[in-house]
Design a protein around this ligand. Structure first.
Ligand SMILES: N[C@@H](CCC[C@H](N)C(=O)O)C(=O)O
Length: 276
């Protein structure tokens, strides 16, 4: 199979974008791992597949696959790249799009400066729906990992996130604690793990160990989850700049039940073809 693809990134969280509308594409976990391989394939954190929608209200359906081949529910940086991709490939002329994901419908708007805003929906905080094993919903939970107890926030933005508050993200144990929490038995679907340093009421620094990938330069849903967790702990106001290793996102959220809005850039790097 010869596949046309576009390489894109959102703040360095990089994607292989596939147009499954003008070409017939059959993916398997093995093919996704080969596409994502930085030595043997194109290389990316996620593979994003654009398809015709199933829901008649939506403009497109887009599917998200982690580098390990697993299909997941949501990807914030990917949503912004998706919006730019469908316009660049002339699959639509619209600047306002409704897109179907495995996690639900997302509304996206492309501004004149090519920054994209995404209505990421209301965060899910009920433990069973995240899913996270806990008797009662709380703002934070004690989590025992290898004999130590850590305090985590648990939030779903369609996909699951654990958020830890740290004094300094630069020295946070992302490479060791990240994978230990990612596969913690209290998160039955595994989890993305954010390490957040709150610098002021409108500025958060964040590193994310992503489920199915490892540490990435940025995670859009992770930035939303960090904002939600920081606000539930009453540490921030309703609009924050989240500073990730790859750059900055603006996140707005007021209160439980209200949607989170994420705004940031989406960048096209190159196009190519690959034999798979
Ligand atoms: N990079 C993404 C999140 C991608 C999915 C995540 N690794 C998961 O398994 O849920 C983002 O920008 O949100």
């Amino acid at each position: 199979m010869r596949l046309r693809f576009t390489k894109m990134h959102g703040l360095g969280n990089d994607f292989v974008m596939l147009d499954g509308i003008s070409q017939r594409i059959k993916l398997s976990p093995d093919k996704i791992r080969r596409l994502a391989d930085r030595h043997l394939g194109v290389g990316c954190d996620q593979v994003l597949l654009v398809e015709a929608p199933r829901n008649p209200e939506a403009d497109f359906r887009y599917r998200i696959f982690n580098a390990d081949g697993s299909e997941v529910e949501n990807c914030g940086n990917g949503a912004r790249c998706f919006a730019r991709f469908v316009r660049e490939r002339r699959l639509t002329g619209k600047r306002s799009l409704l897109v179907e994901t495995a996690g639900g419908l997302l509304q996206l708007n492309i501004a004149d400066n090519d920054r994209v805003s995404v209505d990421m929906g209301a965060p899910i905080l009920e433990p069973a729906e995240i899913p996270f094993e806990a008797d009662l919903r709380a703002e934070t939970y004690p989590l025992e990992v290898e004999g130590e107890t850590y305090i985590v926030g648990a939030v779903s933005m369609g996909n699951p996130h654990a958020v830890l508050l740290v004094d300094d993200v630069d020295s946070a144990p992302v490479a060791t604690l990240g994978p230990a929490i990612e596969s913690h038995p209290r998160f039955p679907n595994r989890v993305n793990v954010g390490f957040m340093q709150v610098q002021s009421r409108d500025r958060i620094r964040l590193r994310v160990f992503e489920r199915g990938v490892g540490e990435t330069r940025a995670c859009g849903t992770g930035a939303c989850a960090a904002m939600v967790s920081a606000r539930l702990r009453e540490l921030v106001d309703d609009t924050v700049t989240v500073v990730l290793p790859g750059g900055e996102l603006t996140i707005h959220w007021s209160a439980p039940g209200e949607p989170v809005t994420m705004t940031g850039p989406a960048t096209t790097v190159f196009q190519g073809q690959i034999l798979l």
